[in-house]
Structures are given as C-alpha cells and as structure tokens.
Unconditional design. Structure first.
Length: 146
C-alpha cells in the first residue's frame, strides 16, 4: 500500500520501497548559513547576559568607599565584544584599578576578577544559554522557582 503523497514510502514496479531524499549542496549551505546566523545572535545575547551578571556581582563585591566606584560599573562594548567597564568618574579616576590590583601602600581588594570567577564557576554561561533558549525563567535558572 503506498504511503501518503510526499511520504518517503513510494510504490515502484517491483513493490514498495523506502526513499530518503537528501538535500543538495545549495540547500545544505543555506541551512548552515541560517543556523550560523542564529548561533551568532545567541552567542551575542549570552555574552551580554554574562557581562551584565558579572557587573552585578562586582557591584556587590566592590569595597565601599563613597559608592562612586560601585556606581561606575557598567557593561559596554569594545570592538564588538561585551566588556565590564569600571571607570570611576570624579577627582580620583584611578581608584578602581588601585582596589583591583593594589599599590605599594595598599593591599589589593579585588572585586572584578572575583566576580568573573564566581559567575563562571556558577555555570553563568549555561544559565544564560538556558534563559535565551526560553527553557527557564531567570529566577528558575538560579534555583529560585519557576
């Protein structure tokens, strides 16, 4: 008995046969380009989400002075990449780097590198990819309910 129109079960003179149609080169390349574009878009969204998460954690870890350093933590772009920027405005713009790496007079009190380490160690990339894929809400991906 022949299959429905368009099915891979096509009757032949010798009896039924199974036929699988493979895409041609142009179709394969076209699909690859579509998927590649989707990967780039998703990759950018993941990178931005991770940068935002690192900036939030860094804000929680920064040693509190007047609060200007914490307020200056932001996500920006440089050469198409997402970056976490800390550029304290005001009378002492060098304070964030002094806090992060220390000076000969002051021990380091890093906040940006530990924030990055925490986010990546807590599966930050997987969490962002899952959220972007629409599988979990942001709170659920952090284990905070659906």
């Amino acid at each position: 008995m022949p299959g429905p129109k368009g099915s891979p079960f096509t009757p032949t003179k010798g009896g039924p046969m199974i036929q699988i149609r493979l895409a041609n080169e142009a179709e394969i390349i076209g699909k690859f380009k579509q998927h590649a574009a989707g990967v780039v878009i998703a990759g950018n969204a993941i990178a931005k989400g991770i940068a935002v998460e690192i900036a939030e954690v860094a804000g929680d870890l920064v040693p509190v002075d007047s609060g200007k350093t914490k307020e200056s933590i932001r996500v920006g772009t440089r050469d198409g990449d997402y970056v976490v920027v800390v550029d304290r405005f005001g009378d002492k713009p060098e304070v964030p780097i002094y806090l992060e790496i220390g000076t000969f007079k002051m021990a380091a009190r890093p906040f940006l590198k530990p924030a990055s380490d925490l986010v990546m160690a807590s599966n930050g990339m997987l969490r962002q990819a899952t959220q972007i894929g629409g599988l979990l809400s942001p709170k659920a991906s952090l284990g905070m309910g659906r």
